[in-house]
Design a protein around this ligand. Sequence first.
Ligand code: AMP
Length: 400
Amino acid sequence: MKILVVNAGSSSLKYQLIDMDTEGVIAKGGCERIGLPKSILKHKTDKGEKIIEQDMPDHKVAIRLVLEALVHPEYGAISSMKEIDAVGHRLVHSAEDFNCSVLVNDEVMEKCRNNIELAPLHQPANITGIEACMEVMPGTPMALVFDTAFHSTMPDYAYMYAIDYDDYKNYKIRRYGFHGTSHKFVSQEAAKYLNKKPEDLKIITCHLGNGSSISAVKGGKCVDTSMGFTPLCGVPMGTRSGDIDPSVVEYLCHKKGYDLAQAIEYLNKKCGVAGVSGVSSDFRDLTKAAAEGNERARLALDIFNYQCKKYIGSYAAAMDGVDCVVFTAGIGENTAEVRSAICRDMDFFGIKIDETKNLTKNDGSIRDITGKGSKVKVLIIPTNEELVIARETKALVEGK
Ligand code: AMP
């Protein structure tokens, strides 16, 4: 079975064609600048990379071009579109409507459209991509895999904010959490690596990338996560503030003359480690600048590491213990300094890493950096959200 995984943004469309017999990627790529001048498709197979510069006024044209590239006699990967058994789409928000992945039908799409106001930046773009695929590939089964669904198992006291209960009921204001496919994937991979059943494990998964979130996974189920109603809260991120006293918003509007939308835009785009350091949102730049003596870069990293450490401590409390801490995503997989700082002075929790193992390069495999005498396993697990989407799509298509 071959599954096409699609992740549509407002002006982009990323894809991977995965052979589910081997779980290997047969082709992958992305369209950029959809709806803008100079759109471009970058398409990769084991034959190499092909760059196609062609106008893509909308997502329908983009997906058509992707399909043409996939079946192209010279740089394609399959001989006919019929070889694509199903399409798995990433969709950001399931609200409280879905607690797992679902096959697309009219009713499902209607619910997804109704949830646009919960994720106004991402959900419409995702939906545009899905609708384009449905038009261009009629008859091919399509599945939706939500960023939020893995977190739907959180108990009410973890997902509820202490606000007027009617506002939760009427407006769906609550913690949802994001990066669910990644937290699910790495927690399952950790259980496999440890040769244990997920039901027997308490795992803290740290998805640290440009957007970062930390989850508590007990018995294979998410019981808490650091992102909330939106991806703005939790640990500080590249340009997002993370947790902040909401009163700052009013004060900021007053002091800087912002309206509410501008204040939220500021917290999303001008804060985080980029705002503190004034250097960059990129951890490669930050660690370099800090090593060269840049004090604000040092401070930005310290704030980030400290907040991650606090979340790990609080989730160990929430689960009454922790068996395994997993680092994943761009920073989690690649930035040894961050892993080292987060795990430093965690003896009380039984967390110790081996600093030499921590320095080994990312070769795409699972790295066990557990230190001598550590009660808790510490693993680096490369995330693979596309594979989760493909696996869930396969299961749905097969009726499992
Ligand atoms: P992500 O959003 O998961 O792509 O992660 C992006 C973040 O990972 C950026 O802050 C990068 O600086 C950081 N990072 C550090 N080392 C690497 C690396 N070797 N490759 C990719 N990202 C890296």
